[in-house]
Write a new protein. Structure first.
Length: 148
């Protein structure tokens, strides 16, 4: 198998690719290109390719004084590339980044409607700590998970 190629979200092409993965997997929270650009200023964001084919993206929300030194790691793999070990490989990098940022707690967030993502997080040592709706009109809850 061709190795994964991971690159920072730092130009229009990578912003577009990150946006594509996010919006496909999180259809209830569609982000514009400007939304993604704004996130690059506060988060570590990367896109991942298998050869030249986009397969996923990652985000690390760094620990801050406001969040109690908690980092949130998010790894998304496009559905057609799941169950090939790519998620495990994708997840290692943001976990390492969170640890390098001296996170005291590492969390992940998954939509209830993404059973693959929830199962993946649980298989990698995360346990559920909370379910919630972001907005009153949301129909699908989010799940916060913590690395144990």
């Amino acid at each position: 198998m061709t190795d994964l190629r991971i690159r920072a979200v730092d130009d229009d092409a990578s912003i577009h690719d990150w946006q594509y993965v996010h919006n496909l997997i999180i259809p209830g929270d569609v982000l514009s290109l400007d939304d993604v650009r704004a996130r690059t200023g506060r988060n570590r964001m990367e896109v991942t390719y298998l050869g030249d084919v986009l397969v996923g993206c990652t985000t690390v929300r760094p620990p801050t004084d406001d969040n109690g030194a908690t980092a949130t790691v998010i790894a998304r793999v496009l559905p057609e590339y799941r169950r090939r070990g790519l998620g495990t490989r994708l997840c290692q990098r943001p976990l390492g980044q969170a640890r390098a940022l001296d996170a005291q707690v590492i969390e992940a967030v998954v939509l209830v409607s993404n059973p693959d993502g929830l199962r993946f997080a649980e298989q990698h040592g995360f346990t559920e700590v909370e379910r919630y709706l972001l907005r009153d009109d949301d129909a699908v809850p989010w799940i916060d998970l913590r690395l144990t």
